[in-house]
Every structure is written in C-alpha cells, then in structure tokens.
Design a protein around this ligand. Structure first.
Ligand code: FES
Length: 340
C-alpha cells in the first residue's frame, strides 16, 4: 500500500512543534543565568526545593539538591538534543523516548498538581511524543529516512555484495554517525553561544537573567533583632516565634522570612502602616517562591505566572490549584513581629 503525500507528511507538523519547543526550552534555560542562581525564585534550586515538598516522588527529588546545577545543565542539553533530533528526523525514536521520559519527569515534579489534570502541559507532551516513538519520523524531511534510502541506493548500485565488499548497513551507520557527531557539535556550540549571549546581555543591562520575569525589588529579609524598638502590641510579647523587627518591613512593601514552624520561605507585607499580612511564599503549583508585586497588589510566581491576591493569598490566576497559606503575625510590644 502506498501513502499519498498528505499521509507521508502527517507527522511533520507534530515534529516541527515538538522539535522547536524542546529546542526553545533548552536554550531558554541556558540563556537565563537566573535559572542557576540559588537566590532566584525561579531557579532550578528553588524548583527542586519545591518539588521535594510537593511532588509525589519527593523522596527521590530531595537528594538531588546538591547537584542542582549539573542537573539543570543536563535537562537543558537533553531538551536541545531531543529538539534537534526531532527537527532533523535523526534517531527519531530515541529522541521521542527521551521526550516521553523528560515530560513524565516534569509531570511528576512540576505539574502534578495542575487541576484539572489536563491543564498541565507535561502530561500532554508525554502523550504527544508517542506517535513519533511508535512510528519514527516518517518518510518526509527525515534524516533517518534519507540516510536509509541513500544507503539502499548505493548498495543496489554496487550490485551483489562480494566477500569483503562494502557492507550497506555499515555504510548507513557511518553516515548516521557522521551526522550525529556534526549535530552534537552544533548543539554544544549553539548552547554555549546562547549561554554567553544571555550573560553578556544580562551584564550590559545590569539584569542577571535574559528571560526572567519582570523585575521586582528583592524583599529585605527579616532577622532576629538585637533589641526591641518599643510600641506595638499593648500586652508586650504576644507569644509565638519572633520573626524580626517590624520596622524592617517597609510600609507598602514586603520582607522575606523563614516560617519557624515549617522552614518554608515566607513573605510579610505592610499594606498600610501598622497592618501586617504574612503568607507561606511557596507556590502550590510546583514550589517556586512567589514575589510581591506592589503596584498590582499581587503575589506573582516567577515560574508559571500564577497570581495570588495580596490581601488573602487566594489564587487570582492559575495554574496554581490553591492559594497561599496565610501565617498569622502580630507586632509585639518590643517592636518585633511574631508568628502566632
Ligand atoms: Fe508554577 Fe508557581 S510553580 S505557577
């Protein structure tokens, strides 16, 4: 049975989309220095820390924290290799298997809590790879198919193989090996160039990330106070754990602290003089640390742009399935804030 043109090209749009998307995802990570900075709320370190708390495979994720940077590089270059292989139609089944594995890993660690489940992209990507895993790249615009056809033509031209003569399958393996080597060199050069450009542009603009979310002033950190500053809670010490001096939270601004009960990164804001609101800053979607956007009066997640109401912590826009957990805070008579 012969295939018509449309049937022969049926997989090309899917390959183009998946190949481009995976190349883009890999290059975006390499271009963004913030992805490798532990202090950046969207970094691989922050995402691993969040996954270690929220993922169903958290016990497998937690030990990966010390190798966050090599792991981030491995993910970025794997995405680039899978994307290039798919665009070229080279080792397509292998690239598709890598796509399935990577998508399932991201589903279990990043988008597992998307609700309903089909709003998380990773589970959709995992299944989108399966036609290429089962059928390969197809006959159109495919290096796999072109190399196999050329090797067959050459062996036909060479006539029946005599003992010691050229082996067609070895010829195909040589051609494929050469193209693979050239592609790997190209991927390394492209990745290195993108990483260098990302850092150069970040250096020139004073920004440390080429594709990070809009800049928000880093919140100061609350810490233990050397001495109380007076005023505040009429009863003096309100009980609970001391967080630090209330004066370190600017009126209209925010400060970060560690929740003494959970150890989670948390954030306290002072929307009006003397009024303090605090929340666990771990995004319930995949565990990145949210930031306070004062003009918008929102907490915004730098990873997938979930937005939370700054007065209540409720979700204003997903993909986060639930809001931020409030932390009751009170100002003590010594001027310190307490988690009560
Ligand atoms: Fe995905 Fe926050 S981690 S929106």
């Amino acid at each position: 049975m012969t295939l018509d043109t449309a049937e022969r090209a049926a997989l090309v749009p899917l390959r183009a989309f998946l190949g481009f998307t995976f190349c883009f995802a890999g290059l975006q990570k390499l271009a963004n220095p913030g992805f490798f900075e532990p202090s950046n709320p969207g970094s691989i370190q922050a995402q691993l820390a969040g996954s270690a708390r929220l993922s169903p495979v958290h016990s497998l994720v937690a030990p990966l924290a010390p190798i966050a940077v090599p792991l981030g590089l491995l993910i970025a270059f794997s995405e680039l290799a899978i994307g290039l292989g798919t665009l070229l139609g080279l080792w397509q089944r292998l690239a598709a298997a890598g796509g399935v594995v990577l998508s399932l890993m991201l589903f279990l660690t990043v988008s597992f809590h998307s609700s309903p489940y089909y709003t998380g992209a990773d589970i959709v990507f995992a299944f989108a790879w399966t036609p290429l895993l089962l059928a390969g790249a197809g006959p159109v615009l495919s290096a796999d198919a072109a190399i196999a056809a050329r090797a067959k033509r050459e062996s036909r031209r060479a006539g029946p193989r005599v003992s010691g003569g050229p082996d067609p399958s070895r010829r195909e393996a040589t051609m494929k090996g050469t193209l693979t080597l050239l592609t790997a060199i190209g991927a390394l050069a492209l990745g290195g160039l993108t990483a260098g450009l990302g850092r150069a542009i970040g250096g020139l603009t004073g920004d440390s990330g080429a594709s990070r979310p809009p800049r928000r002033a880093a919140a100061p950190k609350l810490g233990p106070s050397a001495s109380g500053s007076g005023g505040g809670h009429p009863g003096g010490h309100p009980g609970g754990k001391a967080l630090g001096p209330a004066r370190d939270v600017p009126v209209g601004g925010a400060a970060g602290f560690r929740d003494p009960r959970t150890g989670d990164p948390s954030i306290v804001i002072q929307p009006a003089a003397g009024k303090f609101l605090a929340f666990d800053a771990v995004c319930p979607h995949a565990g990145c640390t949210v930031q306070y956007d004062r003009p918008a009066a929102l907490f915004i997640c730098p990873c997938h742009n979930s937005r939370f109401n700054a007065a209540t912590g409720a979700v204003e826009a997903g993909p986060a399935p639930t809001g931020l957990t409030p932390i009751p805070v009170t100002k003590g008579g010594n001027g310190d804030l307490y988690a009560t």
